[in-house]
Ligand binder design. Structure first.
Ligand SMILES: Cc1ncc(COP(=O)(O)O)c(C=O)c1O
Length: 564
C-alpha cells in the first residue's frame, strides 16, 4: 500500500495483489495475483478475478464482474446504466436509492483493448478480444474478435489445440458457424420478440424472395420441413392418390414418406454406380419395359398396375442428377418432375440442352429443399421450401401449407399446418448471404480430399462429371471393409457416417411393397461400401490431412491383408 492510493476498508483484497499509484478502490473485491495500474477506479460491488491485468486510467463501475485471467487495456470505460440521468422526474438529484445498476460480465481469459467502452447489460465471452477503441453494445461471443462502433465480430480465434495430432475431428461442426454469426442471429430473435410476428409476415416473405433468387427460380414457398416441401410439391404439381411416383432406393426415407403422404406409391429406379444418382438407363428401361401404356399412351407400372405420373430425382450428397435426359424422358412419358434438392442448395448442372449452367431447384416443375440444421443452409430447427417457376403451383402450395386457406377462414381445400416459423425464416435469411462462400469452401475441401486420397485401389472417391458443380453436402467414399475403416477412424477420434446403410426397398417399413434383395443391385452394392468423411466449411486442411492419413493407413493395411 502507499499513501497516494485511496483504498477504503471495505475492499476485499486477495493475496499478492499488485497496486500502482493513484488508485481509488471502494467496496469492491480484487482476487489473488491481480495487477492494477495507476489512476484506476473500481467501485463498490465490482469484482475482479484472479491474475487479471487492469491497465492505467481504466474505470470499473458498480455491477461489473471481471472473471479470472482477463486483460483490461488503458482507459477502458464501463457503464452500468443505459439511460443515466442526473435528476429524478421531480428534479431532485438522483441518489443510489433511485439508481438501478445493470450488470456487465467479462468472462475468463478475455482481453479488452485500450480506450474501449463497454456498455451495460453486456457479456463478453471467454477468450474474446475487444479491439482498442471499440464500443461494445451487445454480447460478444466466446473466442471471437470484435471491433468498431458498434463492435462487430471480425472473426473467430482458432484455438491452439486445433493443430494437435490427437484432437478429435467431428463429422460435422455446427457450433462454429453459429458462433461466427451469433450477433446477426440473436438480432433476428430480438426482432421476432419485439414484433411478436411469429408466423408469416415480412421475415418469411423476405427469405422466400431471397431464396428464389438464389435458386434462379421465380417462386419460393417456405414450409415447415423438407418432407412437407416434397409432399406439397407433389400434390400441387398434380400427383393423385393411387399414382406411382418413381425415385431412387438410396435416399433418406423422407423422399418416399412424402410420396406416400401424397397418397401415391413409391417405385424404385436403380442408381448410376459412379454418381450414386438416378440411372438414366434404368429409368428408360423401366418406362420402356416395365410399364404398359394406357389408352392415352401414359405409362402404367406392370408391378402395381397403377399409373406412373411423376419422377423424383434426388440430388444426393449435393450433386445434381443428370437432369437433361430425365426431363426428356419425363416429357416423352408425360411425367411430372419434382427435384429432391434437400441436400443440394446451390448445386449446379450444365444443361447441354439449354447450353447453360442451371441451379438446383430451377429445373423440375418444382423442387423441395430441407433446412434441417446440418444441411448446407440449415435453420436453427426445422424448415423447408419449395421452389418453382410455376405461379399456379406456388399458389397451391401456399394454400396447402396454411390449412387450404386462400384468405383467413376461407378454405378451398383441406390443407396442413406446414408453415415456416418467421424466426426460422429470419435466421435463414441472415445465413443465406454466406451460403455461396460456404459451398465454395466445401468444394475446396472436396478437392483437397480428392488429392490426398487419390489413386488408391482400396478406395473409390466421389465422381463429379464435367456437367456438375456439386456442393458436397457430404463427401462419401467407398471401401470394401467399411466397418474396419469406420472403426479405425473412431479410435482416432474422427467422426464418420453412412448415408444410407439400408436401401429403402429393403427397409421393414416397405416390406409390403414386396421388393427383394437383388432388385436394385447397384444401390445395394453401394450401400454396403459407403462411408461419409468429415465435411463442413470450417474443416481445416490440417484436420483433413489427419483424416486422410488415417484413411490411407487403413487402405494400405487392407491391401496388404488382401495379399496385394
Ligand atoms: C434427400 C432428402 N430428402 C428429404 C429430406 C427431408 O427433409 P426434412 O428433414 O427437412 O424433412 C432430407 C433431409 O434429411 C433429405 O436428405
Amino acid at each position: 500500500m502507499n499513501s497516494f492510493n485511496s483504498i477504503s476498508s471495505d475492499v476485499k483484497m486477495g493475496q499478492d495483489v499488485r497496486l500502482s499509484k493513484f488508485i481509488n478502490l471502494y467496496g469492491c473485491e480484487i482476487v489473488d495475483e491481480t495487477k492494477i495500474g495507476a489512476f484506476v477506479e473500481i467501485q463498490k460491488n465490482a469484482r475482479v478475478g484472479k491474475r487479471c491485468k487492469i491497465s492505467s486510467h481504466s474505470f470499473i463501475c458498480e455491477g461489473v464482474e471481471i472473471e479470472d485471467n482477463v486483460f483490461i487495456g488503458h482507459g477502458v470505460m464501463f457503464i452500468n446504466d443505459s439511460y443515466p440521468r442526473a435528476t429524478t422526474a421531480e428534479g431532485e438529484l438522483k441518489t443510489e436509492a433511485n439508481w438501478k445498476v445493470e450488470r456487465t460480465v467479462i468472462r475468463k481469459g478475455a482481453s479488452i483493448g485500450s480506450g474501449a467502452t463497454i456498455l451495460s447489460n453486456v457479456n463478453v465471452g471467454e477468450n474474446a478480444i475487444v479491439g482498442a477503441g471499440s464500443v461494445v453494445t451487445r454480447d460478444v461471443p466466446s473466442n471471437s474478435i470484435v471491433a468498431g462502433n458498434p463492435a462487430r465480430v471480425l472473426r473467430l480465434i482458432e484455438p491452439e489445440e486445433k493443430t494437435s495430432d490427437t484432437e478429435s475431428i467431428p463429422f460435422l461442426d455446427l457450433v462454429t458457424p453459429h458462433l461466427e454469426l451469433e450477433t446477426e442471429l440473436v438480432d433476428v430473435f430480438r426482432r421476432g420478440l419485439r414484433t411478436a410476428g411469429f408466423v408469416g409476415g415480412s421475415m418469411v416473405d423476405g427469405f422466400e424472395k431471397a431464396f428464389a433468387s438464389f435458386c434462379d427460380a421465380s417462386h419460393c414457398v417456405a414450409v415447415s420441413s423438407g418432407t412437407d416441401a416434397l409432399r406439397f410439391a407433389l400434390m400441387a404439381c398434380g400427383v393423385r392418390p393411387g399414382d406411382v411416383v418413381l425415385t431412387v432406393p438410396n435416399t433418406f426415407i423422407a423422399t418416399t414418406e412424402a410420396i406416400s403422404q401424397a397418397g401415391a406409391l413409391p417405385e424404385f429406379i436403380d442408381i448410376d454406380e459412379r454418381t450414386s444418382n438416378m440411372s438414366v438407363d434404368a429409368l428408360q428401361h423401366f418406362l420402356g419395359s416395365q410399364c404398359t401404356q394406357d389408352s392415352f399412351g401414359k405409362p402404367v407400372s406392370k408391378r402395381s398396375g397403377r399409373p406412373v405420373t411423376a419422377v423424383v430425382p434426388v440430388h444426393l450428397y449435393g450433386q445434381m442428377a443428370d437432369m437433361d435426359p430425365i426431363l426428356r424422358l419425363a416429357e416423352q412419358f408425360g411425367l411430372i418432375v419434382v427435384e429432391d434438392a434437400c441436400q443440394a442448395h446451390g448445386a449446379e448442372y450444365f444443361s447441354r440442352d439449354l447450353n447453360r449452367w442451371m441451379k438446383a431447384g430451377s429445373m423440375g416443375r418444382a423442387a423441395a429443399f430441407s433446412f434441417y440444421p446440418g444441411k448446407n443452409l440449415g435453420a436453427c430447427g426445422e424448415g423447408g421450401a419449395v421452389t418453382t417457376n410455376d405461379a399456379e403451383v406456388a399458389g397451391l402450395i401456399r394454400m396447402l401449407r396454411d390449412h387450404g386457406q386462400v384468405k383467413k377462414y376461407y378454405h378451398d381445400v383441406e390443407g396442413y399446418n406446414g408453415r415456416m416459423d418467421a424466426i426460422q425464416a429470419g435466421l435463414l435469411h441472415a445465413k443465406l448471404p454466406h451460403l455461396a462462400a460456404w459451398n465454395a469452401l466445401r468444394r475446396d475441401r472436396a478437392v483437397e480430399y480428392n488429392s490426398l486420397l487419390a489413386d488408391n485401389e482400396a478406395l473409390s472417391l466421389p465422381y463429379e462429371p464435367s456437367w456438375s458443380r456439386a456442393v458436397y453436402h457430404l463427401y462419401v467414399i467407398r471401401t470394401r471393409d467399411r466397418a474396419g475403416l469406420m472403426n479405425q477412424l473412431k479410435v482416432a477420434g474422427i467422426g464418420t457416417g453412412i448415408h444410407y446403410p439400408i436401401p429403402l426397398h429393403l427397409q421393414t417399413a416397405y416390406a409390403s411393397l414386396n421388393y427383394r434383395e437383388g432388385d436394385f443391385p447397384v444401390a445395394e452394392r453401394v450401400a454396403a461400401e459407403i462411408v461419409s468423411l468429415p465435411m463442413f466449411p470450417q474443416l481445416t486442411v490440417k484436420q483433413q490431412s489427419r483424416v486422410a492419413a488415417e484413411v490411407l493407413a487403413f487402405a494400405s493395411n487392407s491391401l496388404q491383408t488382401a495379399g496385394r
